[in-house]
Design a protein around this ligand. Structure first.
Ligand SMILES: NC(=O)c1ccc[n+]([C@@H]2O[C@H](COP(=O)([O-])OP(=O)(O)OC[C@H]3O[C@@H](n4cnc5c(N)ncnc54)[C@H](O)[C@@H]3O)[C@@H](O)[C@H]2O)c1
Length: 246
């Protein structure tokens, strides 16, 4: 590794927003360590200079093991992008109809995942005296997605977790920010957007008149990761085409 190399760890980098983020950060000059359930997708996203790892971000042992491998391979972590997330199965709807297992799984990945990955990355950042944790929350962490109580609650938790890091680690030279996308066209949402009436309904609520592409969110993460917004800490960067401004 050369002395100026910057290392970014991206979770859930195999698809959608994570994949676009890997591509953007690689173009920005970062070397990538990519975690995903799908190891082939993780490897493809990491590119020739990076490394892909099979890891479930909700599995404490797997996360510890994987970050130890990352540190052994790259020696440092400049940016952690906590991106892996799920919106829950079709049964995860309003509170009394949501199976307990669905609630637990959504929270395990969307809330516990950022905790476990940050917990593993922070000692490295503390030793460096620098680092930036960027957590992909959602506008659902700020406003309610009707009928999606587990997802909404998990993103609220992820957002406040990101703010907690911002407060607790600032003196150590480590910043933490959240990105809050609105509606993004990815495999997570494709089923809805493939139905023309549903797409029209979603896009009718967005002042810019279109859903986001994964690159729209990757661009925001790229600016944060660049360090150019160096005084930004504990911020929730809304990237939603104006949806929540309505
Ligand atoms: N798509 C949207 O409209 C939207 C809006 C706001 C926020 N988000 C958030 O953005 C993030 C990425 O979403 P996306 O739309 O790109 O989804 P996606 O389904 O396209 O990609 C998610 C990736 O995460 C991986 N993943 C899932 N569970 C994992 C686990 N336990 N451990 C490791 N990897 C795991 C998947 O394999 C996949 O590669 C999520 O946190 C999501 O909640 C998405």
């Amino acid at each position: 590794m050369n002395a100026h190399e910057r290392i970014a760890v991206v979770t859930g980098g195999g698809s959608g927003i994570g994949l676009a983020t890997c591509s953007r950060l690689a173009a920005d000059g970062f070397t990538l360590a990519v975690l995903d359930l799908d190891v082939d997708a993780a490897k493809a996203a990491a590119g020739a200079d990076g490394t892909g790892y099979e890891a479930d971000v909700s599995d404490a042992d797997a996360v510890e093991r994987t970050f130890a491998e990352i540190v052994a391979a790259f020696g440092r972590i400049d940016v952690l992008v906590n991106n892996a997330g799920i919106n829950g199965g079709p049964a995860a709807t309003i509170c009394h109809e949501t199976p307990v297992a669905d609630w637990d799984r959504v929270h395990a990945i969307n809330s516990r995942g950022p905790f476990l990955c940050s917990r593993a990355a922070l000692p490295v950042m503390l030793a460096q005296g620098s680092g930036h944790v960027i957590t992909v929350a959602s506008v659902a962490g700020m406003i309610v997605f009707p009928g999606r109580c587990a997802y909404t609650a998990s993103k609220g938790a992820a957002l406040m977790f990101a703010k907690s890091l911002a407060v607790d680690y600032a003196q150590a030279g480590i910043r933490s920010n959240a990105v809050c996308p609105g509606f993004v066209e990815t495999p997570m949402t494709q089923w809805r957007l493939d139905v023309p009436e549903l797409r029209a309904k979603v896009e009718g609520n967005i002042p810019l008149g279109r859903v986001a592409q994964p690159t729209d969110i990757a661009d925001a993460i790229s600016v944060l990761a660049s360090g150019r917004l160096g005084y930004m800490n504990g911020h929730a960067l809304i990237v939603d085409g104006g949806w929540t401004a309505l």
